[in-house]
Structure formats: structure tokens, C-alpha cells
Design a protein around this ligand. Structure first.
Ligand SMILES: NC(=O)c1ccc[n+]([C@@H]2O[C@H](COP(=O)([O-])OP(=O)(O)OC[C@H]3O[C@@H](n4cnc5c(N)ncnc54)[C@H](OP(=O)(O)O)[C@@H]3O)[C@@H](O)[C@H]2O)c1
Length: 286
């Protein structure tokens, strides 16, 4: 595939996708393309005619989405629908990125979740992402939807950062960190995730895939590892989610199984501890 449009190229995953794709990447983002405006991406795609499209844009303000679900649906649900219509009409493959937050409802089992498990979002953000992935799968015959979890990378999300950056900053400022210990999932580094997304695309492995780093932890356990690897002395205290009084509910269990991806690629992503250590090496700790 000669030119692969990466929409949202300046985001965490977008940055690593552009790195992995090298000369095949056709990076774009705001202001050239605004996914909340109908016709904006289509006009750019008409002009550039890529051979594949990867959408890594998202409205990802999880708590804010409870107050403005229409804004989340516009970017996470309706824009992917338009991308799917454009790609289907142009006979171009579409890669779309989704989230473990499509799970979490009362019926969600507490064992690694497969692509066959029934989604049950508990937040406006999760619902908007589920709408987007379903439009893509229903409309675009050559689509690849990749659900992932807790992303962090070398280029943190603009205006929001990422969990690793936040904990590195806070652990330098405070003696004690209080972190939730009742949400179990698998934080995932965009460095390796970008590689498997491109491998799945190159193999034309259309369909729905889970792709995260291996193993699982709570955010408390993840923070303990960050603090230890950064050689900080900050105490990390486990708390319950209710203590944070966040507007949006989070899944208490959203560990994804990457077995289907492994069956296609013959490999898994690294364990979350290994991926985190490699990330901190690349990033450097002052
Ligand atoms: N972050 C996570 O923890 C996480 C977890 C699971 C799944 N995911 C999914 O993974 C994907 C990539 O996430 P990420 O962490 O790389 O996101 P990110 O760092 O927030 O990057 C998102 C990109 O989308 C762009 N964007 C946002 N709204 C846009 C709009 N209306 N029009 C055009 N561009 C827009 C942003 O541009 P600006 O720089 O201009 O804002 C940014 O470049 C998303 O689909 C997300 O839902 C993320």
C-alpha cells in the first residue's frame, strides 16, 4: 500500500503510526481536517486519494463527555461513519481505533474479554466509541477495528497528557499518591501497538481485534511500577474509584484478550511491565 492517511497524526498513537509507516505515511490532523465538521475529512481524502485510511482521532475527554455527549458522538460515532462511507465508496481499507471502555456493564465477565464478548459501555464516551466501531464494521467491507486500552506514548495527548506523564510529574511534587485500585485493565504503550496495527493492515486482516500489552493491573499497581522504575520514594496508597467522584463511570474490569491478533500475527505485544520499562528508557527520566 503506497500512501496511508493517518488522521489524528499528532496524537499519541498517530505519532507512532507515522514513525512505523515511514515513507508510506500521509499524516494529517487539525486544522486541515476537523472530524467534527461533516465534509472536512472527505474533501481532504478526495484531494489526496490515499490507498488506506487510519483514523486515530477521538473525542477522549471521558468525564466531559457525560455533559456533552453530542460532542463525543460527533467525533467518535458520526465521523467514523462518514469515513466508512467514503472508504467503502472508494474501495479503500479503513482502520479504526476503539477502546476497552465499550465494556464494563454488569454482565461483563471477569476474564480476558474476547471480540465475541458482548459490549456494554457504562459511560457516554464508551457508548460513542461503540457507535463508531459499529458504523465502521457495518458500512466498510475492508475495515479493521482495533480495541485497545490505557494508551501512553512519547507524544502525550495535547492538553491532557497521559497517565504515565501525570504520575511522573506528581511523584516528583508529592510525598504520597492516592490511586484507584478497583479498575483492572492493561495500560498499553503506543510504540508497540502502532507496529501491530500496521502488521494487521498489511495482512489485510479485516474485522475486529483486541490489541493491548500483556498481563493486567490496576492503576494503583501501574503507578507503583512507574514510581519504582523512576527511582522515586513517593508512597502510593490504594483507593476506591468512588473517592474520586468522577462524573463518568469506568469499567471495574476491562482486560482484553489479544489471542485473535496472536492467531494472525503469530505474536503478542510485550507484558505491560516490559513495555513500560522500555518506554521510560526511550523517554528518559530526569
Ligand atoms: N488514550 C487512551 O488511553 C485510549 C485508550 C483506548 C483507546 N483509545 C483510542 O485510541 C485512539 C488514539 O488515542 P490517542 O491516545 O492517540 O489520542 P490522542 O493523543 O488524544 O490523539 C487524538 C488525535 O485526534 C485529533 N483530534 C481530536 N479531535 C479531532 C477533530 N475533531 N478533528 C481532527 N482531529 C481531531 C487530535 O488532534 P489535536 O492534537 O488537534 O487535539 C489528536 O491528534 C483513539 O481512537 C482513542 O479513542 C485511546
Amino acid at each position: 500500500m503506497s500512501s496511508i492517511a493517518v488522521i489524528g497524526a499528532a496524537g499519541q498513537l498517530g505519532t507512532d503510526l507515522v514513525r512505523v509507516l515511514g515513507s508510506r505515511a500521509l499524516p494529517v490532523g487539525r486544522p486541515a481536517v476537523d472530524m467534527s465538521v461533516a465534509g472536512s475529512a472527505e474533501a481532504w481524502l478526495d484531494e489526496h486519494r490515499p490507498s488506506a485510511v487510519i483514523n486515530c482521532t477521538a473525542y477522549n475527554l471521558v468525564d466531559q463527555a457525560e455533559k456533552e455527549p453530542e460532542a463525543a458522538i460527533a467525533v467518535n460515532g458520526l465521523a467514523p461513519r462518514r469515513m466508512a462511507l467514503w472508504c467503502a465508496a472508494a474501495n479503500v481499507p479503513l482502520v479504526h481505533i476503539s477502546t476497552d471502555y465499550v465494556f464494563g456493564g454488569a454482565e461483563t465477565p471477569t476474564r480476558p474479554l474476547s471480540e465475541d464478548d458482548c459490549p456494554a459501555p457504562v459511560s457516554a464516551y464508551g457508548t460513542s466509541k461503540l457507535v463508531g466501531e459499529q458504523f465502521v464494521r457495518a458500512i466498510c467491507p475492508r475495515s479493521l477495528v482495533v480495541r485497545t486500552c490505557g494508551l501512553y506514548g512519547l507524544r502525550p495527548t495535547r492538553g491532557k497528557g497521559n497517565f504515565v506523564e501525570t504520575m511522573l510529574r506528581l511523584s516528583a511534587e508529592r510525598d504520597e499518591l492516592r490511586v484507584v485500585n478497583d479498575q483492572r485493565c492493561t495500560p498499553t504503550c503506543t510504540w508497540g501497538l502502532a507496529e501491530v496495527v500496521v502488521e494487521l493492515l498489511d495482512r489485510q486482516a479485516w474485522g475486529l481485534y483486541h490489541a493491548t500489552d500483556e498481563g493486567d493491573c490496576t492503576w494503583y499497581e501501574f503507578t507503583k511500577e512507574i514510581v519504582q522504575l523512576a527511582a522515586r520514594t513517593t508512597r502510593v496508597i490504594p483507593i476506591e474509584s468512588t473517592e474520586l467522584k468522577q462524573p463518568a463511570k469506568r469499567p471495574t474490569y476491562s482486560v482484553l484478550s489479544s489471542a485473535k491478533m496472536q492467531s494472525v500475527l503469530g505474536r503478542l505485544l510485550p507484558d505491560w511491565r516490559t513495555a513500560l520499562a522500555a518506554h521510560l528508557d526511550r523517554r528518559g527520566i530526569e
